[in-house]
Design a protein around this ligand. Structure first.
Ligand code: FMN
Length: 176
């Protein structure tokens, strides 16, 4: 026989180890509005790779560090895992097509965008509102993702307004 407190304790204990369900967490996290970035690198043979992310953020000013996270099941994960560095391109509000391209299964993505090699030789996309060239500083396990931390070697701003992403929709950071 169970009394009420036993039932509550059982519910608490059974809920604690599992935590929020993936779909629930994704739906709730969608309320965190972010910018959108394409993170790029090159494989050992020089082939460029890039992936759309919204997990980018600043970490530290001194030393200058930024982070983002990449799914372990991403096609490009082994390439980023062995790379010496990465570049972050913050997309402008007229670059939704580039956001979708680098979130797709499309091959030869860099044939479809204008880009230049930056100071570390890593792809920097034309038209991005900000671009960072980084060397890897640390990688941390993060469940089904890996947390990538980079030391910013150089960063530049461009014209245009940042692309925003919230609740599965795109928007623009109109001037206030
Ligand atoms: C707006 C947006 C944000 C995304 N953010 C991330 C992210 O932070 N980390 C991640 O691993 N995938 C993220 N994705 C999914 C990847 O872009 C997608 O899985 C991509 O196909 C991975 O490329 P790859 O498998 O060719 O490496 C995001 C997709 C979109 C549309």
């Amino acid at each position: 026989m169970q009394d009420g407190s036993q039932t509550r304790r059982d519910q608490t204990e059974s809920a604690a180890p599992t935590g929020a369900a993936p779909d629930e967490l994704r739906a709730v996290m969608a309320n965190f509005a972010t910018g959108v970035a394409v993170v790029t690198t090159r494989d050992t043979d020089g082939t460029p790779y890039g992936v759309t992310v919204n997990s980018f953020n600043s970490v530290s000013l001194d030393p200058p560090l930024v982070l983002w996270s990449l799914g372990l099941d991403a096609f490009s994960y082994p390439v980023f895992h062995r790379a010496a560095g990465f570049a972050v391109n913050l997309l402008a509000d007229d670059q939704q097509d580039i956001c979708r391209l680098f979130a797709s299964r499309q091959e030869r993505r860099f044939d479809r965008v204008a880009w230049q090699a930056g100071p570390l030789g890593l792809p920097l996309l034309d038209g991005a509102v900000a671009r960072f060239s980084c060397v890897f500083w640390a990688r941390y396990p993060g469940g089904d993702h890996e947390i990538m931390v980079g030391r910013v070697i150089s960063c530049t701003r461009g014209p245009g307004r940042p692309l925003l992403y919230s609740q599965g929709r795109f928007g623009s950071a109109a001037p206030g």
